[in-house]
Write a protein that binds this ligand. Structure first.
Ligand SMILES: C[S@@+](CC[C@H](N)C(=O)[O-])C[C@H]1O[C@@H](n2cnc3c(N)ncnc32)[C@H](O)[C@@H]1O
Length: 249
């Protein structure tokens, strides 16, 4: 399975019910307020934070590689009669009719791109779709290995009709040189004697601050800031940081 297809089928179905915290929309509204509209969210998934942003009158389009996640987003939008323009594309093959003053990912979705070549193609696509005075916000993180005592531990949610939804980590391989962590996740759905169990490999490919700066150099973008989670410049050894990018000259 291609990395960009991870959030499909049972994973898309269980994503929202098993999510531990919801994505705050305000930081993205602030970014768009500074950078301008229209805006584009890459990896908008089933709708957080794009639905909040649209509800608050922001002109933002969404892109995602998973038709299943987009269908859930469209369904939530329809329930509220919100008009949310959605595009089924991979961010590394971005081809949209519009250019944007703000392009962003909400949370470290960029880490789902499985290698540096794919990351460069996504950055080139971002450059191509940015207006000349626009900017892009790319949050990144360096994942920690799953602690040994968490392997096999089940996270469960119950739906209103009594269906038990579960996810657990089965195993994990980490390659520090390739900056890649591959976690096998087991998704489960149990209802009235019917049991669905599926294991899926989930790949994270992380970027260091220095390494990402080098990747950006070849894409027609330039780094205007590296922000920490509390605002202000990120500490050089921070495990979470966000790159603010502008078109290069
Ligand atoms: C962790 S989810 C985040 C969804 C949503 N923003 C949220 O916070 O709830 C990551 C999303 O990125 C999408 N995605 C993964 N790889 C992608 C790619 N190469 N291009 C576009 N979208 C991708 C997945 O389909 C998924 O919907």
């Amino acid at each position: 399975m291609d990395a960009s297809d991870f959030y499909t089928g049972i994973v898309a179905e269980l994503y929202k019910p098993l999510k531990t915290h919801s994505q705050a929309w305000e930081p993205y509204a602030s970014f768009i307020a500074q950078s301008g509209q229209p805006a584009l969210e890459l990896g908008c998934g089933d709708g957080d934070p794009i639905l909040d942003l649209r509800r608050n009158g922001i002109d933002v389009d969404g892109v995602d590689s998973s038709a299943d996640m987009l269908a859930r987003c469209a369904e939530r939008a329809a329930q509220e009669r919100l008009n949310v323009p959605l595009h089924h594309q991979r961010m590394e093959e971005l081809n949209l009719p519009r250019r944007y003053a703000s392009i962003f990912l909400a949370g470290p979705t960029f880490t789902l791109l499985p290698d540096d070549q794919t990351a460069v193609r996504a950055l080139q696509g971002i450059r191509k779709h940015l207006t000349d005075d626009g900017s892009a916000l790319v949050p990144l993180f360096i994942p920690s290995p799953t602690p040994q005592d968490q392997i096999g531990k089940i996270k469960e949610a119950m739906t209103e009709d009594g269906t038990a939804l579960r996810v657990s980590v089965i195993s994990e391989d980490r390659d520090e040189d390739a900056r890649t962590q591959r976690t096998v996740l087991r998704y489960e759905k149990h209802f009235d004697g019917e049991n669905i169990v599926e294991e899926r490999p989930w790949t994270l490919h992380w970027q260091t601050q220095e390494g990402f700066r080098e990747l950006v150099e070849d894409t027609g973008l330039t780094v205007s800031a590296i922000n920490g989670v509390q605002g202000g410049a990120a500490a050089p050894d921070a495990s979470e940081f966000a790159f603010l990018l502008r078109p290069g000259h």
